[in-house]
Ligand binder design. Structure first.
Ligand code: MV4
Length: 450
């Protein structure tokens, strides 16, 4: 097992990984930018090293700075958390080339799955259903028009290198298809230096359900059931839960089995997530793989009792998975509300100093946060300040506990999404589990004229 790990991240996930290290008797070295200097969570690590100025591009996103810190602290491994360098195959390669284990998948699996067109090919190979789409990349307008002719509109243009909605365009006719093709290419070229795109039939109404997987270095892979992640706005998730409400058992089992087949086909290792769309007929379609630990991983920890970050570390250290599929039992219902420092009306970030912080607690409640009273939320990074989770035997009980916890939660000095979450918990469509990716704009913030 590793003696010392460097955590190449910040905020709540840096603290989450610090705690996993300490649970395993490993020293945690955390890095910080000048904007995070003096942050209270840094004191919980065994060592903290400054890696540069506030701008992510000059600190958390700078491989050379991270590796330098790792060599200075003489660590055995680097945990990238989520975001930042977590899905950069080049960074994983650099770490391992320097004799430092990257706590994540093999470089090859990251490269293959990071390319969404390649991931689609792998899924097909594994017998995993994908959204009807183009055979491969779209080279010209003629190919695009031919696919649209054959499948019918609407179609969705997707960037191979994309993710989280970047380089995506909906086309509802030939004109918008041709314009969208150009726009998506340009956006993807600018953002990822890769303008390649492919087409899918656009599913107007869909739920977003993802399956948590773990694979070890010895060819063993398991799933840890699913998370319903449809509650989002502008590609930022708001609420995640498990099990996915109103998902028939046979669909759920087939989706989880499909995720494991894909993991095996891709020779995937460590923690990962297979994302699916589920249409109104409960047909599921693979869309992409997230080759990292995700923000919402604690939802799965609550319903399975498995510490995913500890398992990531054990897997990277070469240990065999400690459980078989049949031993992974899903118990009860877990819900997570992402608490952001944001304006409740326009959802814009609301950074600043937290003058009062009174966290909720009690039975069935877990709060993952790096925040304490007096903490200053920097304006340089994303606005997540806490993840409020509940775990109860049934969904109605989980919702009741979430309402109790949200009502207890007091934050002053900044604006937060706490009230928004309370509103959602009191919305009948949410209570019924009638969620899809357009829930927020349709039910909560109906846009005039839409
Ligand atoms: C789709 C889709 C409908 N049809 N693909 C959004 C980001 C990327 N992860 C894939 N996304 C979607 N792909 C087809 N063929 C709808 C979305 C989508 C979405 C997916 C998951 C969560 C939120 C979403 C919000 C808008 C659109």
């Amino acid at each position: 097992m590793f003696q010392r790990i460097l955590i190449a991240n910040r905020g709540e996930i840096a603290l989450r990984v610090t705690r996993a290290c300490h649970d395993l008797g490993i020293e945690a070295v955390v890095v910080y930018s000048e904007a995070d200097r003096g942050a209270p969570y840094l004191k919980l690590a065994d060592q903290a090293i400054c890696i540069g100025p506030a701008a992510s591009a000059q600190s958390y996103l700078k491989p050379a700075n991270i590796i330098k810190a790792a060599e200075l602290a003489n660590v055995n491994a680097i945990h990238p958390g989520y975001g930042f360098l977590s899905e950069k195959a080049d960074f994983a390669h650099m770490c391992r080339a320097c004799g430092i284990e990257f706590i994540g998948p093999p470089e090859e699996a990251m490269r293959k799955l990071g390319d969404k067109n390649e991931a689609r090919k792998l899924a097909k190979q594994a017998g995993v259903p994908v959204v009807p789409g183009s055979e491969g990349l779209i080279e010209n307008e003629k190919e695009a028009l031919a696919f649209a002719e054959q499948s019918g509109y609407p179609v969705l243009i997707k960037a191979s290198a994309g993710g989280g909605g970047k380089g995506m365009r909906i086309a509802r006719n030939d004109i918008s298809l041709i314009a969208g093709l150009k726009a998506a290419r340009q956006e993807a070229e600018a953002a990822f230096k890769d303008g390649s795109v492919y087409l899918e039939k656009y599913l107007e109404i869909a739920r977003h359900v993802e399956v948590q997987v773990l694979g070890d270095q010895h060819g063993n892979a398991v799933h840890l059931w699913e998370r319903e992640c449809s509650m989002q706005r502008k590609h930022q998730k708001l609420i995640e839960e498990s099990p996915a409400p109103n998902l028939p058992a046979e669909v759920r089992n087939a989706m989880c089995d499909a995720a494991v087949r894909l993991v095996n086909t891709a020779n995937y290792q460590n923690a990962g997530t297979c994302e699916f769309l589920v249409d109104p007929e409960n047909k599921f379609y693979f869309i992409e793989v997230n080759a990292r630990i995700q923000v919402e991983h604690p939802v799965t920890e609550l319903v399975t009792g498995i510490d995913l970050v500890c398992e990531q570390i054990r897997i990277a250290a070469g240990e065999k998975l400690r459980f078989e599929q049949k031993e992974i039992v899903h118990r009860g219902c877990a819900i997570e509300c992402r608490i952001n420092a944001e304006d409740p009306v326009n959802f814009r970030p609301s950074p600043g100093t937290i003058t009062h912080w009174q966290p909720p607690g009690g039975p069935g409640v877990r709060l993952d946060t790096h925040v304490i009273t007096g903490y200053k939320v920097p304006s340089n990074y994303d606005s997540l300040v806490a993840k409020l989770l509940v775990h109860q035997p049934t969904r109605p009980e989980a919702i009741a506990t979430m309402k109790r916890a949200l009502a207890e939660f007091r934050v002053e000095g900044i604006q937060t999404s706490i009230a928004l979450h309370l509103e959602i918990m009191n919305t009948s469509a949410f209570v019924e589990g009638a969620v899809d990716t357009k829930f927020v704009e349709r039910v909560l913030r109906p846009v005039e004229g839409k």
